[in-house]
Design a protein around this ligand. Structure first.
Ligand SMILES: [Fe+2]
Length: 262
């Protein structure tokens, strides 16, 4: 079977249940070695991936403010749910878009997509238990925008999506988790334990492929990352950084020193 066609169908599906079902199917096909990664398939640019009509996507500045009140916590749960939904698309796009990579690359990103779908379901189910639905609040499209902007090269994608956006999740999760632990939404704290452990693995996968591509192209990793960061994000990354989690995700000491000094 053609993994790129399957990833594309899942990516473009606007129905959440169908997207998850197709993502799970892709994962089990990959475990069963039913996929032919050498197959040729026409490649499309994807400005908008499949997503349900809601949430309304707004500018980052217009995303609802979140405080420590009950409503604020509900909005935070929605924001995390939205991140996980986007993360499914992010991983599927990496499977679909970049050709002639080793088989391990595709298997890695198919597994990431499967785990992101699991995260989405965990949060969405809890959100439903609380009487809310994904889409009840507006959200921003920053994650997909970076995915779209890095569709020209797998090295840029690996540098900026897992190593910047997903790694940022590692920085901020413990603080958010603490807030949930001290609230009536303690179940979120347990869900975040599962998500956090998986996300370390996803950033690790991003680091592995970023470094492997640099090596293959004879590029110095830190300098290459610095250039790509300046091109797509800005002069420096915002801290504070979770060095312990970043180390577990295979950021080198040189890179951690660079984060503090840049
Ligand atoms: Fe996730």
């Amino acid at each position: 079977m053609n993994p790129f066609e399957l990833a594309h169908s899942a990516l473009m599906s606007c129905n959440i249940d169908e997207k998850i079902e197709l993502t799970n199917k892709l994962y089990f096909d990959s475990l069963n070695e039913d996929l032919n990664y050498k197959i040729n398939h026409h490649l499309h640019k994807i400005k908008e991936p499949g997503r349900p009509p809601k949430p309304n996507l707004v500018r980052f500045q217009n995303v609802p403010k979140r405080d420590n009140s009950n409503v604020g916590m509900i909005k935070t749960i929605h924001a995390i749910c939205h991140i996980e939904f986007n993360a499914i698309n992010l991983a599927l796009d990496s499977v679909y878009r970049f050709r002639s990579m080793p088989e391990k690359f595709y298997k890695d990103w198919i597994r990431v997509a499967f785990e992101e779908a699991k995260h989405f379901k965990l949060i969405n189910n809890y959100f439903n238990e609380l009487g809310y639905n994904y889409g009840d609040f507006s959200a921003h499209n920053g994650l997909w925008t970076m995915t779209y902007e890095t569709d020209y090269d797998v090295l840029s994608r690996m540098a900026l999506v897992p190593r910047v956006l997903e790694a940022r999740g590692l920085d901020v999760t413990p603080k958010i988790q603490k807030k949930f632990k001290n609230s009536k939404f303690t179940k979120m704290s347990d869900i975040l334990d599962i998500i956090f452990a998986d996300e370390i693995g996803h950033v690790k996968i991003g680091n592995y492929w970023f470094n492997s591509l640099c090596k293959q192209r004879g590029l110095e990793p830190l300098n290459t990352f610095d250039k790509l960061l300046k091109k797509h994000v800005g002069p420096k990354l915002r801290g504070p950084f979770n060095f312990e989690a970043r180390k577990l995700a295979d950021f080198s000491q040189t890179e951690l020193d660079y984060l503090i000094s840049s």
